[in-house]
Design a protein around this ligand. Sequence first.
Ligand code: 4AD
Ligand code: MG
Length: 476
Amino acid sequence: MKYDRIATLLSKSQAGRQVTICGWVRTFRNDRFLAVNDGSSVSNLQLVLEKENFDEATLKQLSTGASVTAKGLLVESQGGGQETEVVVEHLELLGAADPEEYPMQMKRHSMEFLREKAHLRFRTSTFAAVFRIRHGMTFAIHEYFHKNGFYGLHTPIITGSDAEGAGEMFKVTTLDLNNVPKTEAGEVDFKEDFFAKPTNLTVSGQLEAELGAMALGKVYTFGPTFRAENSNTSRHLAEFWMIEPEIAFANLQDDMDLAEDFMKYLLKFALDNYPEELKLLEEKELNDEKSKPQAERNEMPLRDRLKFVVENEFERVTYTEAIDILRNSKPFKKKKFKYPVEWGIDLQSEHERYLVEKHFKTPVILSDYPAGIKAFYMRRNDDNKTVAAMDVLVPGIGEIIGGSQREERMDILLEKCAEFNIPEDHVWWYLELRKFGTAPHAGFGMGFERLIMFVTGMTNIRDVIPFPRTPQNAEF
Ligand code: 4AD
Ligand code: MG
């Protein structure tokens, strides 16, 4: 079916054309004005019907959610709400949506309600805006890397390795769970399994990306990642998408510079290309915030927040400095933090958010974390206590990026494997990189959904991925 997309028909300069449109009814007023949306824009197109030309039965079925196609002349609008409208000559109802049953009515639905209707929530202005932006960000990510000499590398989804060493992995097997083959010692006999070894869904493409970087110089992976962490928070998914660049001949400073430049590029892309969507989401946020206490509201409206990040340098402080700041903070002194603050602990989201939202009021790159709380592959610093790691923290979310310079020295990496109980024969190929032409290199991982939360102002990660996977939840 050939038809005109509504996004291309909204400006006066288009008036005077015969057009064909297809879309879903948003509202029908006074038996005359039909607002239709086809997903190409925040704005609806107004179709003007001459009642006499259409039979009663059809008019009756033009309710919210019904699909229609129409032909007519695009003219400058008489009303004030829009630049153009269509004087309809022919209209066909493609599919009715019984108002008694159709759940997406033209009123504000709660996000919780819409999560239960994930198959229909794309039809709301909010979700359509979020997913148009999500598409745009995907495009911008590939564009950024392509322009900057990176090569995309598809790293495996099924793997035998546990890159992060966190052990929160989904197993992949074809063994009959009701009749699992056992070894003589009584353990699961993975020799009988599909890959003849235990395998899992990947928690990160990093280890494989490193292999690519040590030949192609600059690579990135952008794929689904899986973590079976049983954390039901507004920032965790069991299946999420991660962008992981990896650069050779680079140290932690280069890694931080890349992370900052990358983020600014993406936010600017959103501001330049999705002004209508961001305006809509900003209005939604301001409206939602009315019912929140002052302390929970954002300091700046959405678009100003994004501009602020694009235009200002990120703060860079070490973990050790951050601990000092936290221990000297009001909430620490007043015992308002739920979790302890002392050198060596993993920062909790309340600490991260204090640093970005209250102390620095801008994105912060924290670096040089204690070795004990970070992964085995991170490069040991000369102090022997910390590693060349960095996390980028942003207001409203906390950690959006985690990265590091990698340990390129074979002897130290072997020590780390032993400390972390990683059998050398599991990562022999990773170790060989250090044997043949090793070089300093670094990289990071950005949680794609956390980025989309930041760009759209959505406060729950379940609302920025089409079909969220969380504990107890894999509907749709
Ligand atoms: O900090 P993480 O665990 O780092 C890595 O996986 C490294 N291998 C990355 C690298 O250096 N190549 O995860 C990276 C980012 C986090 O900063 C966060 O934004 C996101 O991935 N993330 C999640 N997003 C949604 N749900 C989860 N369960 C997430 N876990 C991590
Ligand atoms: Mg992390």
